[in-house]
Design a protein around this ligand. Structure first.
Ligand SMILES: [Mg+2]
Length: 322
């Protein structure tokens, strides 16, 4: 029986991406990554990291240090009870500074080489597997390997739409604001059994819409009849449509990012404390209106209201410093 896998991009999907990482101390897990990976393990998926590491070709990091960086990543996850099944990386780049690594490679995303190699070595059914990453390269590699794809578009981290995404015209099956939402998408996919894997054209309620409807490109390599050349006016209209579509998607992503980012236990506790304060104040009014009014009971109720109000403020402050 074949395995199923989640192919995970590394930078800005599992860990923070400060540019090029060239020291193990720079490895910082993103929020909710460990919880998400635990969920995916529970669902029976193998966890496989597939990462372009052109920093090796550019001479920024050696393969030895890269190994230490990946050991640090494994260690951070293992401390939380998460164990990666494998890490694949591509050290090559056609413009690399180091001759040994200066070349095109089938492993370099958007090529699907790393996913295909993993499928071969670990008996993975790619049609039952998912590719999760934050760039069009991750999406294209997943699509070409025959996986379902989720694009993480953490718009709160981008002041401008990622030009890589705008230009590639690669449609993911789904998109999410973080890995937590990606796991929810996979859970929903499993719950909606019988639905086709490709939800690009009509995503169910609560699921995400395709990212770049206006710039979708044919995925088939079959020859097609040449289309008539569009007039300049049509081309300008299409560009405007693409731009508006991208802006709309960014706004939707920001809204979802805020929705996922603002919740915390501290905030929940602060809200509960506020409700208790309101309850105490109502009791105070009831004591005041009572024909057998007792001032000590009024003071006690007011005291509790103040106490819970202080606790509520404390929780709000702790939320703010989180
Ligand atoms: Mg990335």
């Amino acid at each position: 029986m074949s395995n199923k896998a989640i192919f995970l991009d590394r930078d800005d999907t599992l860990i923070e991406d400060p540019g090029y990482i060239n020291h193990p101390d720079q490895v910082k897990l993103l929020d909710d990554v460990t919880k998400a990976l635990i969920e995916l393990k529970r669902m029976g998926y193998k966890l496989i990291v597939v990462s372009n590491q052109s920093a090796v070709a550019h001479g920024i990091v050696t393969e030895k240090v890269l190994g230490e960086i990946h050991n640090r990543l494994k260690q951070l996850l293992a401390e939380k009870g998460v164990f990666l099944d494998q890490i694949y990386y591509c050290p090559y780049h056609p413009d690399g500074a180091i001759p040994k690594y200066r070349k095109e490679s089938d492993w370099r995303k958007p090529n699907p080489g790393m996913l295909l190699a993993a499928a071969d070595e670990m008996d993975i059914d790619l049609s039952q597997s998912w590719s999760i990453g934050n760039s069009a390269r991750d999406v294209e590699a997943g699509l070409r390997a025959g996986c379902k794809t989720i694009l993480i578009n953490r718009s709160s981290h981008y002041k401008q739409p990622d030009p890589c995404l705008l230009l590639a015209g690669t449609n993911p099956h789904y998109k999410s604001v973080n890995i937590k939402e990606a796991v929810n998408i996979i859970k929903k996919y499993h719950r909606s059994s019988g639905k086709p894997a490709d939800q690009t054209q009509s995503a169910p309620a609560g699921q995400t819409q395709p990212l770049l409807q206006a710039v979708e490109q044919p995925r088939s390599s079959e020859p097609k009849e040449p289309a008539p050349a569009p007039s300049e006016q049509n081309a300008a209209g299409k560009r405007t449509e693409q731009l508006l579509s991208s802006i709309l998607e960014q706004l939707k992503s920001t809204q979802r990012a805020n929705m996922f980012g603002e919740f915390s236990i501290m905030r929940l506790m602060a809200g509960i404390m506020q409700i208790i304060v309101l309850f105490c104040l109502l009791i105070t009014i009831w004591f005041l209106m009572s024909p057998t009014r007792q001032d000590n009971l009024v003071l006690i109720a007011l005291g509790f209201a103040m106490l819970f109000q202080l606790m509520s403020l404390t929780f709000y402050i702790m939320h703010g410093r989180r």
